[in-house]
Design a protein around this ligand. Structure first.
Ligand SMILES: Nc1nc2c(ncn2[C@@H]2O[C@H](COP(=O)(O)OP(=O)(O)OP(=O)(O)O)[C@@H](O)[C@H]2O)c(=O)[nH]1
Ligand SMILES: [Mg+2]
Length: 310
C-alpha cells in the first residue's frame, strides 16, 4: 500500500489517511514510512472564522493551482457544526468542476470524536498527501480553538481569511489568529464593505506583534470567489512567501517549529490516552487531592511516574 501511496494512487491515499485517523498501533510502521517520504510539498494553512469563505476559496485556489500545472491536496478540518451554514468542502469543489481530476485530492476530517488527536491525525494526513507527491497541500481549519490554530500553524504559509461585514464579536475571536498570518485575504471582495475590512486589517498590521522578525511584508489580498477576482494574486503571494522562506533560510526554523509542535502534541496525545486507560489510579489520586492530603501537582507527578513505568 505504501508503494501505491507514493505512486499517487487515490484509493491508497484515502485508505492511508483513514489509518492515520484510526491511530491503530499496527499502522504505525506504515505511517512512519510515509513520514520518511514526506517533506517536499508546500503546505499552506487556510484559516478564518466560520463562514469567512475558506472552503469556497480552497476550491477556486485548487483550480488556479491546477492551471499552473501543479497538483494540490486539500485537507479540510470540518467542525461539523451548523455555525455558518457553510457548505462542506466537497460540495464546494463539485461546484468548481475539480471533481474527477487526479491532480486534486480532497479530504474532510471531522473534529467531532477526534478527542485530542485531531492535530496528530490531520498532520499525518498532510504527510500522506505530501509523500504522494502533491506539490501543494492546503489545510482548511476554522480559526477557533487551540487545536485548529496549532494545525494551521503547522503550515509553511499561513493564510488568514477575513470576510467583510462580520460582527464585532467574531472579529474579536479572530484577533487570536490575526498575528499568525503570513498572508491576509479579504474574501467576498465583490461586496461593497470589503474595502473597509481590508483597511481595518492594514491598520491592525501596523500595530500588533507578528512572528516575522525577518523582512516579509504581510500582504493583504482581496479575493472574490464569486467574481473570480484576486485568486491569481493570492497564488502569486503564496509562491512569493515560499520563495522568501527558502531565500532567507527561514524555512529551516519553521520546519523545526512545526516538528517540535508535532512531537509535543503527539506526546500529549499518548499521555492522555494512557491516562484514560488508568482511571482507577486516577480516581484514587483524585480522592487524595479532594481530601487535601496531596496537592494536584503531586498527583500529576505520581501519574507520570506510573506512566513511565508502564
Ligand atoms: N458574495 C460572496 N459570497 C461568498 C464568496 N465566497 C463564499 N461566499 C459565501 O459565504 C458563505 C460561506 O462560505 P464557505 O466557503 O462555506 O465558508 P467557510 O469559511 O468554509 O465556512 P465554515 O467551513 O463553515 O467555517 C457561503 O454562503 C458562500 O456562498 C464570495 O467570493 N463572494
Ligand atoms: Mg468550510
Amino acid at each position: 500500500m505504501i508503494k501505491d501511496v507514493l505512486a499517487g494512487d487515490v484509493r491508497a491515499i484515502a485508505k492511508m489517511i483513514s489509518r492515520a485517523e484510526a491511530a491503530k498501533p499496527e499502522d504505525r510502521d506504515a505511517l512512519a514510512e510515509v513520514f520518511r517520504h514526506a517533506g517536499k510539498a508546500h503546505v499552506i494553512g487556510l484559516t478564518g472564522v466560520p463562514g469567512s469563505g475558506k472552503s469556497t476559496l480552497a476550491g477556486v485556489l485548487g483550480l488556479e493551482i491546477r492551471k499552473s500545472g501543479r497538483t494540490v491536496g486539500i485537507v479540510a478540518i470540518d467542525p461539523s457544526s451548523p455555525f455558518s451554514g457553510g457548505a462542506i468542502l466537497g460540495d464546494r469543489l463539485r461546484m468548481t468542476g475539480l471533481a474527477g481530476d487526479d491532480g486534486v485530492f480532497i479530504r474532510s476530517m471531522a473534529t467531532r470524536g477526534a478527542m485530542g488527536g485531531l492535530a496528530r491525525a490531520s498532520l499525518e494526513a498532510v504527510d500522506v498527501l505530501d509523500a504522494a507527491g502533491f506539490d501543494i497541500v492546503l489545510i482548511e481549519t476554522v480559526g477557533v480553538g487551540q487545536d485548529e490554530v496549532d494545525i494551521v500553524q503547522a503550515a509553511h504559509t499561513v493564510v488568514v481569511v477575513s470576510a467583510p461585514g462580520l460582527g464585532d464579536e467574531i472579529q474579536a475571536i479572530k484577533a487570536g489568529v490575526l498575528e499568525i498570518a503570513d498572508i491576509h485575504v479579504v474574501s467576498k471582495s465583490d461586496r461593497a464593505d470589503a474595502a473597509a475590512t481590508a483597511a481595518d486589517i492594514r491598520g491592525m498590521l501596523g500595530l500588533g506583534p507578528t512572528r516575522h522578525e525577518d523582512d516579509w511584508q504581510v500582504p493583504v489580498v482581496p479575493t472574490s470567489a464569486e467574481a473570480g477576482e484576486g485568486i491569481e494574486d493570492l497564488v502569486a503571494a503564496m509562491d512569493a512567501h515560499r520563495k522568501h522562506l527558502s531565500d532567507t533560510g527561514a524555512i529551516e526554523q519553521r520546519r523545526r517549529d512545526i516538528i517540535g509542535m508535532r512531537v509535543l502534541k503527539t506526546a500529549e496525545d499518548i499521555i492522555r490516552k494512557d491516562f484514560k486507560g488508568n482511571r482507577e489510579q486516577l480516581a484514587v489520586l483524585i480522592d487524595r487531592v479532594m481530601a487535601r492530603e496531596i496537592p494536584p501537582r503531586e498527583a500529576a507527578e505520581r501519574l507520570l511516574e506510573s506512566f513511565k513505568k508502564s
